[in-house]
Every structure is written in structure tokens, then in C-alpha cells.
Design a binder for this molecule. Structure first.
Ligand SMILES: O=C(O)CCC(=O)C(=O)O
Ligand SMILES: [Fe+2]
Length: 430
């Protein structure tokens, strides 16, 4: 564990000198507005945008007229917590939460979708039992499984990952206990995106021209390394939050090293290589985002998280066994099964770039539902913003396989992707 004497820098205090705009550097990748991605959806599902809630005759489109409270709630939507909106008794969601007609065609009922076991391809399950094995063959088999899933899908359920079941249970308990508090209590931790205070309790702001919003509130903070944690913004209730979350972050950090080692071997690189390329123990940041998706009266019209790829190197997700995550493979949305005690891992853009596209950063999104609150704990493992230039590793670039990605720092990647702008000195096509 790093023991630097320097005071822990806060997210908002990171150097800004080389940043083209203030917002780019201050905006943690995971909270920034995701670019809108058009997905060729092949599932033939009837559009539901114009379909009214079953128990009412008022079409969704005329929702403003329903009651004064709802109209007021809708007006306030940009500042409202989604939880408040969800518990206000509305039957129709404000228009800012209604997705495009194209998106709505494929949303549907997440419980129905999760149940469909036999139809089409499923996110692979990777067994990490052999990850520490001294037996070369056993470890190699484990590596091959991980490599295959990373190349073909870029997302998988990890089982036998070594993080104790009890620790995962406690992590989910402390997060749920925090969110079970009244909204007023949580507001004490409110972040303030406009002034660069990104960590804390928040909801997406309508900062794009369309004003499009997502059906979720969240809690966001850096969890590792120790010297970069700002403990003053971590939840104080429940009291065990800190201890449990530190324990999880520490154990997850060792798993990250092991996974990066196998992924390096999968590219015929030295086993420490990817770990070093993403910043190592001192500089790879583990950012925890607890996603809280309240029940939604019109889940077929909303998204908890819109379609995006993660910018991280790797993302690790555990959740409360309520389905919601979907990944897009060959133009179709596949709903992740709830696999007990597994941890979902995504390959993010950073590893896709370093591996010259061999490992895939898959497009994914989160659905919501009418019956159950969904909570997920996503840990984004991010390289430092400016220190490292991300580009395909030279060993993986050949005449027949030229570099697919121009060099960029992580900050430039965010700028390119999230704000859809390019630095005048950089031309990034992907
Ligand atoms: O809630 C989930 O399962 C996924 C959330 C996600 O994709 C994200 O926060 O980047
Ligand atoms: Fe994601």
C-alpha cells in the first residue's frame, strides 16, 4: 500500500494546467454525460412510447395535465432526486426521462428478459479458481478462459474470484443502509458538479441539449489508493461503511493485479506489463460508484444508465440480485443473469486501446423496473489522467495489424468521448 507523505489530493484539486477546459479535468469519467450511441437494434419489439400506463386513459404524452403535483415534479425534474420523484406517486415519468423512440423499442420488461435462458448468446462465466495455482497448466487454462471472454465479449461473470461472500454481503448491506436513510440525510453529502465537487451523493444533471436524464441517484467516491482517499466525504452512516468499503477496495485491488497479470499473458506480454501500463499500485485509481435505481412507473420508457462503454481499464460490479444490466452484442441487447456471488467485470476503453482492440470494451446500459429497487456497486479502475499516454502497445502493432487508436492521455480520451470534442492537436477517430 502506498504511504506517500503528501496530502491526499481531492478530485477537484487535480492539476488543470494542461486541460483545455476546466470541466474536462474535474469531471470523473463515470459521472460525465455519456455520448449517445446509436445501436442497431434488431429485436422486433413494438414501440411503446405512445402507449399509456395500463391503468389510465391519459396518454403519456399528455402527462403535464395529470395533477398539479406531477406537473410541479416534472418542472423540478432537473434538480430532483430520482428517489423523490419515484416516491411521489407519479404514474408518468417526466419527459426528460423518456428515451428516444428508437431506444424504447428495445427496452421492455427486464424480468421477462432475464428469464429467457435459452435464447441466444449469454455473457460468459469465467472461473478464476486456478488464478493462483502453482500448476502452470491450471493457471494457463484460467488465463485462456479469461482471454477468450475478454476478446469475444469484453464482459463476464467472475466466479471463484477469491473475494469472500461475506465481504460482498457486508458491502451491499452498508451501501443499502446508507441509501435507506431519508433523502434529507443523504443530501448532507450532496456533490456539486457545477463547482467541481464530484464526490458524494448525486443525480445526473440535464447538461446536454436534449436534457435527457437517467433513472438513478448515486454515491461516488475514490476508494483506492489510500493516500488519495478523502475520508471526509465518505458516508458516516452506517458506522461500518468505512471499514467494510476499505476492506473490499483492498481485496479488490489484489484481484485487479491478478486479472491484469492473466490478461497480460493472454497478449503474450510479461505478466506485470498491463498493471504497469495503467499506473500500478500508486496511480491506478479505484473509483466506487453506488448506483441506486428507484422503482420506475414506466420502466419501458426509461433507462437507469444509458448506453455507453466504460472508459476505465477494468470495471468490477456487484449488485443486489435485481436484473438490469444489458450488453450489446452483434447489435442485440443481452440481459445479464443474476449469478449469485459472482462479480461482473467489464474490459474498459483503456484496455481496448492498449491491446489494440484485441480486448473489447462492450456497449452496455441499465434497465429499471416497477417492482424492485436495484442497487449496483461499480468500481472503475482508471489510469491517471495525465501521467500516461494510452496507445496500442508496440508489441501488438504489426504491418498486418496497424494501430487502431491514436495516442491520448486518459483526460484526452474523456474529452474526446464524453464531450465529443477534439483537442486541436489531436485527431482521435476512435
Ligand atoms: O448498474 C449496472 O449494472 C451498470 C452500471 C454502469 O454501467 C456504470 O455505472 O457504468
Ligand atoms: Fe458502465
Amino acid at each position: 500500500m502506498p504511504t506517500q507523505a503528501a496530502a491526499p489530493p481531492k478530485l477537484a484539486e487535480q492539476p488543470q494546467s494542461e486541460a483545455p477546459t476546466k470541466a474536462v479535468v474535474e469531471m470523473p469519467a463515470e459521472l460525465a454525460v455519456t455520448p449517445h450511441v446509436e445501436v442497431a437494434e434488431q429485436e422486433a419489439v413494438t414501440p411503446q412510447i405512445a402507449v399509456a400506463e395500463e391503468d389510465t386513459v391519459t396518454p403519456q404524452i399528455e402527462q403535464e395535465a395529470v395533477t398539479p403535483q406531477i406537473a410541479a415534479a416534472e418542472q423540478e425534474a432537473v434538480t430532483l432526486r430520482v428517489e423523490r420523484l419515484a416516491s411521489s406517486g407519479i404514474h408518468f415519468i417526466p419527459k426528460e426521462y423518456v428515451r428516444t423512440e428508437e431506444e424504447c423499442k428495445s427496452i421492455g420488461d427486464v424480468f421477462e428478459k432475464e428469464k429467457k435462458y435459452d435464447e441466444g448468446p449469454q455473457i460468459p462465466v469465467v472461473d478464476l479458481k486456478g488464478i493462483d495455482s502453482e500448476d502452470k497448466e491450471v493457471r494457463e487454462k484460467c488465463m485462456e478462459e479469461l482471454k477468450k471472454a475478454s476478446m469475444e465479449w469484453g464482459v463476464m461473470h467472475l466466479v471463484n474470484h477469491g473475494i469472500p461472500e461475506d465481504l460482498l454481503t457486508r458491502l451491499r448491506e452498508v451501501g443499502k443502509t446508507f441509501f435507506d436513510q431519508p433523502i434529507e440525510e443523504k443530501e448532507k453529502y450532496a456533490n456539486d458538479v457545477a463547482s467541481g465537487k464530484m464526490a458524494g451523493y448525486g443525480s445526473k444533471l440535464a447538461n446536454s441539449a436534449s436534457g435527457q436524464l437517467e433513472w438513478e441517484d448515486y454515491f461516488f467516491h475514490l476508494a483506492f489508493p489510500e493516500d488519495k482517499r478523502d475520508m471526509s466525504i465518505w458516508p458516516k452512516t452506517p458506522t461500518e461503511y468505512t471499514e467494510v468499503t476499505i476492506e473490499y477496495a483492498t481485496q479488490l485491488r489484489s484481484l485487479v493485479t491478478k486479472v491484469l497479470a492473466l490478461l497480460s499473458l493472454g497478449l503474450e506480454l510479461e505478466e506485470e506489463r498491463l498493471e504497469k501500463e495503467v499506473g500500478g499500485m500508486d496511480d491506478l485509481l479505484l473509483q466506487l460508484k453506488i448506483n441506486y435505481y428507484p422503482k420506475c412507473p414506466q420502466p419501458e420508457l426509461a433507462l437507469g444508465v444509458e448506453a455507453h462503454t466504460d472508459v476505465s481499464a477494468l470495471t468490477f460490479i456487484t449488485h443486489n440480485m435485481v436484473p438490469g444490466l444489458q450488453v450489446c452484442i452483434e447489435g442485440k441487447w443481452v440481459t445479464a443473469k443474476c449469478v449469485p456471488n459472482s462479480i461482473i467485470v467489464h474490459i474498459g476503453d483503456t484496455l481496448e486501446i492498449l491491446s489494440n482492440g484485441k480486448y473489447k470494451s462492450i456497449l452496455h446500459r441499465g434497465l429499471v423496473n416497477k417492482e424492485k429497487v436495484r442497487i449496483s456497486w461499480a468500481v472503475f479502475c482508471e489510469p491517471p489522467r495525465e501521467k500516461i499516454v494510452l496507445k496500442p502497445l508496440p508489441e501488438l502493432v504489426t504491418e498486418s495489424e496497424p494501430a487502431l487508436f491514436p495516442p491520448r492521455t486518459f483526460a484526452q480520451h474523456l474529452q474526446h468521448k464524453v464531450f465529443n470534442k477534439t483537442d486541436p492537436d489531436q485527431v482521435l477517430t476512435k
